[in-house]
Write a protein that binds this ligand. Structure first.
Ligand SMILES: [Zn+2]
Length: 472
């Protein structure tokens, strides 16, 4: 009759072709939790066909037989099935070790930065696997060199890897020459025209986000960089690209959102958020990622007061963790920042407490007001461990006063919104047609969020991994 009818007729055939040889799995007898809608289904059946969820719901309405006779049946009695977790703030160009930010502490005489970056690239498959071990099936890389786009490609072709959304190099108010090996992660932009030109260069790589590093100090006031933020947002939005902004002071964050930022990648840490700011975020549907864990980890590492969780010690990269012991550094190579922290560790801890006094309270205010909060860690920064750092983030979100269901919502459905695009629309929720990315827990995370790390099985793209087997 018309094109529309022809199109519809073609769909079933296309689905058949894609899934004809795909493995079918039925998860039975478990408790399904969809944090995005607070849905809890006991005695649930989830049918997986290839890389997608084909059906999910009550066993009374969905029979395991729906998966077909040849389906593999997995008994999940006593277990809890959630959408795979999503960490919406990581950096693959950073390892989390002590040498990964020579602009923060210069230890290049102990380990040249080029060696550090070579190690990072070589170990990417290991880093990917550590995310999967932690139940994290998708991550957002919020800024790095242009080779980040290759990281996205390689995760797409690696089974034991999370899905990755990436921003390219950061459009920055300040320069970081220590990180420039020819493909710098942070690019200082001096005027709006340069910003537009850089967005056009980024657009050629199909970034999932454009990132602005809105660093403010006495030499770089909020207003001086604001026209560059405006131009970046305009040029990005004209290309249907979303803009994520690092802005940790209230007035910087306000300026960023007023200029059209879609995502704030950190908490506001300098003062309590006010009603006008909360309303602004709600009106603009801005997503905020708190990254609480990263605020303690530089300071604690340098002061030799690192508080890695059991999950981080077990599932973090051992070489990265070993490097974080600052007492092992040659004494004559200690950077000033580490010397100062070691001389007065309590001062370092006091500074962290001050940040948390503000940031945790702000998180609770924004959550209560209904602002979309997406969980994220800033993993890759010194002391923030790729993969399991998310469980320290959960602890801190709990300290802020969020319920387990709210925390899990931040790490699934809300995080999927930050991830964005076609993929973002098909993750973060156990639903027909979504990707079969799941985490199966041994106990109920709604009783205590600490149980979110009691991981039995991880399913990514329909492939089932016993959690204990992933890092072997
Ligand atoms: Zn970051």
């Amino acid at each position: 009759m018309n094109n529309k009818t022809n199109c519809l007729a073609a769909i079933p055939l296309a689905i058949f072709t894609l899934t004809a040889n795909a493995e079918k799995i039925a998860l039975v007898n478990g408790t399904l939790i969809n944090p995005g809608t607070s849905q809890i289904v006991r005695d649930a059946t989830i049918v997986i066909n290839g890389d997608r969820i084909a059906a999910a719901g009550d066993a009374k309405t969905i029979s395991p037989a729906a998966a077909g006779k040849d389906a593999k049946v997995i008994d999940c009695r006593g277990k809890f099935i959630l959408p795979g977790y999503i960490d919406t703030h990581v950096h693959f160009f950073q390892s989390g070790d002590l040498y990964t930010r020579p602009d923060a502490v210069d230890l290049t005489k102990v380990r040249p930065y080029a060696d550090e970056v070579a190690w990072i690239k070589k170990n990417l498959p290991d880093t990917f696997a550590r995310y999967l071990r932690s139940g994290i099936t998708s991550v957002v890389d919020v800024g790095g060199p242009f080779w980040n786009f290759e990281v996205r490609n390689s995760s797409n072709s690696t089974a034991k890897a999370p899905r990755i959304a990436v921003a390219g190099p950061l459009i920055s108010s300040v320069s970081r020459p220590q990180l420039d090996l020819g493909d710098p992660p942070i690019v200082k932009i001096d005027n709006p025209e340069q910003a537009r030109e850089f967005v056009r260069k980024l657009a050629a790589q199909n970034p999932d986000l454009v990132k602005i590093w809105y660093i403010v100090d006495k030499d770089h006031p909020v207003d001086s960089f604001r026209p560059i933020v405006r131009a970046t947002v305009e040029e990005s939005h004209a290309r249907k690209l979303r803009v994520a902004v690092h802005a940790t002071e209230l007035e910087t964050a306000r300026a960023a959102v007023e200029e059209g930022a879609d995502v704030l990648v950190h908490s506001v840490t300098d003062k309590p958020v006010d009603d006008a700011f909360v309303k602004l975020l709600k009106d603009r549907h801005t997503i905020l990622c708190p990254t609480l864990v990263v605020f303690e980890r530089y300071g604690r590492t340098f002061a030799n007061k690192l508080n890695l969780t059991p999950e981080e010690k077990a599932w973090g990269n051992p070489e990265v963790i070993a490097s974080l012991d600052v007492t092992k550094l040659p004494q004559n190579q200690l950077p000033g920042r580490i010397k100062t922290a070691l001389a007065d560790p309590n001062a370092a801890l006091e500074r962290i407490k001050k940040v948390y006094d503000v940031a945790l309270k702000n998180l609770k205010t924004l959550e209560d007001a209904g602002v979309t909060i997406a969980a994220g860690t800033d993993a890759g920064n010194i002391g923030t461990i790729h993969g399991p750092a998310l469980f320290r983030e959960f602890q801190l979100m709990k300290e802020a006063g969020l319920t387990p269901m709210q925390i899990l919502q931040c790490a699934t459905a809300n995080a999927a919104k930050l991830f964005g695009g076609e993929t973002g629309a098909h993750i973060g929720k156990i639903d027909n047609g979504n990707f079969a990315d799941l985490v199966i827990l041994r106990s109920n995370p709604l009783d205590d969020i600490s149980r979110a790390s009691e991981i039995d099985t991880v399913i990514k793209n329909g492939a089932v991994y016993s959690a204990d087997s992933i890092l072997r």
